[in-house]
Write a protein that binds this ligand. Structure first.
Ligand SMILES: [Zn+2]
Length: 661
């Protein structure tokens, strides 16, 4: 793609024209009054979304693409227009470096291969005798031929090498097949085999309709995983993709709303029934990158959660954790804090609807399509939804329980950007709790946010038989202070890798354990903390002033790094190294910093345990009570040890300084 193509692919001409011309839908196209000649009777100006062009059938009889429209509207030269639109779409205008050109043409080759693979699987689905089971499955879903063709549903043979052989014969190398995730390589055994076998193949396309990967559903009754996706590749990044966007973007614009569902089949079924403003997140998490993409078409999002995912209380439990993750650019799974923040940042309107228990959009639409729009219309704004869930089973005679709900919801209300909306929810919460609004506004919030389990483990409590090995409801609770210390520690260790060893020696001297990835809150930091020592061991830190480069770190990885990991590492490396500092002193500082964050974390755990201990008692959960009791005994000892180490360290520091004087 050249620069103008790149810019065009990121723009929609309907958006651009709509900025100055009122358009209304006319068949598949849009019509309005031509901005270039005086007219008010017949809308003779047309925009064609499919070709991304415009034409005036009136006096001017002119037409063109988004560039010519902007040039005419603004009276600009091409160069000016190019610069403006490049800036607007974030496309870099500099000539691509030879490397970048190579990377792009390589990416193009990979999407070509994936497109060819989609055709190959589709043909097998339509014609191969072995695909009978796949066709049967799709029949069971009542999908029509037109739908099957539109989504290019396919079938992967029950074979270890059919796909490989087919594409080798077409001149594609194993390496290329591995790169797009069609072939899996087991390096230990030195074997290579087809990744997808006996599965229904659902091509996943990007917003522009290019096939970038596959979602593959098992056809074995007990086959696992139920859905196998392409691995992360150069062209397949789940956190940036929305299934169905290429098919639904125009309808999303027209409906002024995008409905986000969980499964591929949900999208396909909705599309067949004529509800085409529906997309699916990929896998488990909804990312801001995905919302950003959708925002090109609408600012109103409806999340259709199945009853299980909404899991009422589970959703609430994850609120606090989500909050901690907000300062990072990360995935947030349907949790209210994340969504409220997304709303503010994206200036969007996010609503939630819970589907009836045991149903998903696929089953609802198949049973009675008319129910779908009704359900979607019931979507509630995030905060209203949370208030509803939190007060659902609330005993209105239980004052303490009311306080607990208030403490959960208030931070959410305080996060709302718009003052009128904020006020509205103060009132709504007061009504829901049947308390005076003034009392509510005076509610004291716990000093540290009340921690709860991360979303993935939200549903498991000690009841689920985790023994005493782990207390899943406990977070790795750390406040922002801890996060900042960890950021500082990691950035300095990336600049001066031999510091890791020096800090660890100090810790061990004081009876503490060395720093491991478990010390860190953010998953990306944990990953980096696992890689760094390996890099040092591999001889990377032979020179004392050796600075780690990202590429060197990634060399250690088996897989390519995820986008959040890359971003995090880049951020850490962009932070300044402590200049001209004495290494000894920096090691001392970092060691204290480690002790401080451990102290902070332990103190939070103490509070948390207290809270859960009480809950477990109320719930009469003997096993949980025992676990929390044990922790109540152990944690203060940990605090004491940490304080001791800290004191010893500062005393040693004072001595060292005194010696120098
Ligand atoms: Zn005209």
């Amino acid at each position: 793609m050249n620069v103008t193509q790149e810019i065009k692919s990121r723009l929609d001409i309907v958006d651009i024209v709509s900025e100055t011309v009122t358009l209304r839908k006319s068949g598949r196209n849009y019509a309005g009054f031509c901005p270039f000649h005086t007219n008010s009777r017949t809308p003779a100006f047309f925009v064609f979304p499919e070709t991304q062009t415009w034409r005036c059938f009136g006096a001017c009889a002119e037409g063109g693409d988004v560039f010519s429209f902007m040039m005419k509207r603004q009276g600009w030269e091409f160069k000016e227009t190019l610069e403006h639109l490049a800036q607007r779409t974030g496309v870099e205008l500099q000539e691509f470096t030879p490397e970048e050109k190579k990377r792009r043409s390589h990416a193009d080759k990979l999407t070509d291969l994936l497109g060819a693979a989609a055709d190959y699987f589709h043909q097998l689905f339509l014609h191969a005798p072995q695909a009978e089971q796949a066709r049967h499955y799709v029949q069971g879903r009542a999908l029509t031929e037109a739908t099957i063709a539109a989504f290019k549903l396919g079938y992967a043979l029950d074979s270890w090498d059919a796909c490989r052989t087919h594409f080798n014969a077409q001149g594609y190398t194993d390496q290329e097949l591995i790169e797009v995730g069609l072939l899996t390589e087991n390096e230990e055994k030195g074997s290579r085999y087809d990744r997808f076998r006996n599965r229904l193949m659902i091509p996943i396309r990007d917003g522009d309709g290019r096939t970038v990967g596959f979602g593959a559903r098992t056809l074995d009754k007990d086959g696992l995983p139920k859905y196998l996706n392409s691995p992360q590749t150069l062209v397949f990044d789940k956190s940036h993709l929305l299934f169905g966007l290429d098919m639904g973007k125009r309808d999303i614009r027209e409906a002024r709303q995008a409905v986000i569902v969980e499964g591929y089949m949900d999208v396909i079924q909705a599309w067949q029934a004529g509800f085409r403003n529906v997309v699916a997140q990929m896998g488990t998490a909804l990312t801001e990158a995905q919302l950003q993409q959708l925002k090109r078409y609408t600012k109103r999002f409806v999340l259709a959660l199945d009853a299980d995912a909404a899991g009422a209380k589970a959703t609430l439990r994850s609120l606090q954790v989500a909050r901690q993750t907000l300062d990072r650019d990360t995935e947030v799974r349907f949790d209210a804090y994340g969504l409220v923040q997304h709303e503010a940042r994206l200036q969007a309107d996010i609503r939630i609807v819970t589907l009836p228990a045991g149903e998903d959009p696929d089953s609802i639409i198949r049973a009675d399509p008319a129910r779908w729009p009704q359900l979607v219309a019931q979507a509630q704004p995030v905060v209203a939804y949370v208030i509803g869930v939190a007060t659902q089973d609330l005993d209105m005679r239980d004052a303490k329980a009311k306080t607990a709900v208030a403490q959960q919801v208030i931070p959410l209300i305080k996060d709302i950007a718009d003052p009128i909306e904020r006020d509205h929810y103060w009132q709504e919460l007061a009504r829901a709790l049947r308390v005076d609004e003034r009392a509510l506004r005076q509610t004291r919030l716990p000093e540290t946010p009340r921690p709860s389990a991360p979303p993935s483990t939200a549903k498991s409590t000690p009841k689920s038989g985790n023994g005493g090995t782990a207390v899943p409801r406990l977070t790795n609770g750390q406040t922002q202070g801890g996060g900042m210390r960890q950021t500082h520690y990691l950035s300095q260790c990336l600049h001066y890798p031999h510091l890791i060893q020096q800090v660890n020696e100090r810790l061990v001297q004081c009876g503490q354990t060395a720093v491991t990835e478990k010390d860190f809150l953010h998953p990306e930091d944990r990953a980096i903390m696992q890689l760094l020592p390996q890099w040092v061991q591999s001889g990377g830190a032979a020179h004392h002033q050796a600075v780690v480069t990202i590429d060197e770190l990634w060399d250690i990885l088996d897989d390519s790094p995820t986008a959040p990991l890359t971003r995090r590492a880049q951020h850490l490396l962009s932070l300044p190294a402590t200049p001209d500092v004495e290494m000894e002193r920096l090691a001392d500082q970092l060691m204290l910093s480690v002790l401080d964050w451990r102290l902070e974390k332990t103190r939070e755990l103490v509070n948390e345990v207290e809270q859960y201990y009480k809950e477990a008692q109320i719930e009469n959960d003997a096993e949980a009570v025992a676990i929390y009791q044990q922790l109540k005994r152990e944690l203060p000892v940990v605090v004491w040890q940490l304080n001791k180490a800290r004191n010893a360290m500062t005393a040693a520091n004072r001595r060292r300084v005194a010696d120098k004087v």
